[in-house]
Design a protein around this ligand. Sequence first.
Ligand code: ADP
Ligand code: MG
Length: 238
Amino acid sequence: AEEIIRKADKLAVVGQLAAGVAHEIRNPLTALKGFVQLMTEGGNNAGYCEIMLSELNRINRIIDELLLAARPSKPVFERHNVVDLVQDVLSLISTQCVMKNIAVLPSIHTWVPSIRCDSNQLKQVFLNILKNAMEAVPEGGQIEVCVGRVEASDEVYVRITDNGFGIDETVLPKLGEPFYTSKETGTGLGLMVSYRIVQSHGGRMKISSQLGRGTTVDIRLPMEAPVPHHTSYLVKQG
Ligand code: ADP
Ligand code: MG
């Protein structure tokens, strides 16, 4: 019975996502259709092409992120130290931070226990959160990255704080919903994928924010992750 419920649950989530995907892709497609129509009637074709290209790029970004999330790779759970994973991602973004004059301030405890996790998936989470922070801060902004062990608990934490534009209170509950984005070129999939990955590790992710002041994303991961039994992050875990 549990298996049946889980399947029904998965179908519901897949249906919800399919409706979202269809909607997100129909908007740029409708725009494209309109411009093709205009072009057949002559007029400023160069201007139309520019808009059409940006609409096509939007469809491409959505498909890219969906494929990344749906990729049916089996998660590989092994022992890793989150400090190493965080440091890998920090070096990945360091050039971009220098170019945007963003100060990255790591505050990493010297002794952090290793945890059972899929290293690529967790790196994806840290990258998604750090990218959001980089997109939220102004020139000269700062991002603090803390890693440590939660006191008196078998958990480690990764806390990423930025002093960017923050998130309105009314928007906070929408975070993690597929396709919620406030950005012109956003997809609104980064947080959804991140929540799913953290959940599949038996962990939690909490976002707190103050408009105009900044945002903190707090991730907690147990040292022993539960055994995974699913293959795709587009499917809700049962
Ligand atoms: P995307 O980055 O493509 O918009 P995400 O799922 O990564 O999608 O984020 C969804 C939304 O959450 C963003 O569009 C933004 O409004 C809000 N958000 C996430 N992180 C931050 C942050 N650090 N500061 C301000 N807003 C944020
Ligand atoms: Mg993002």
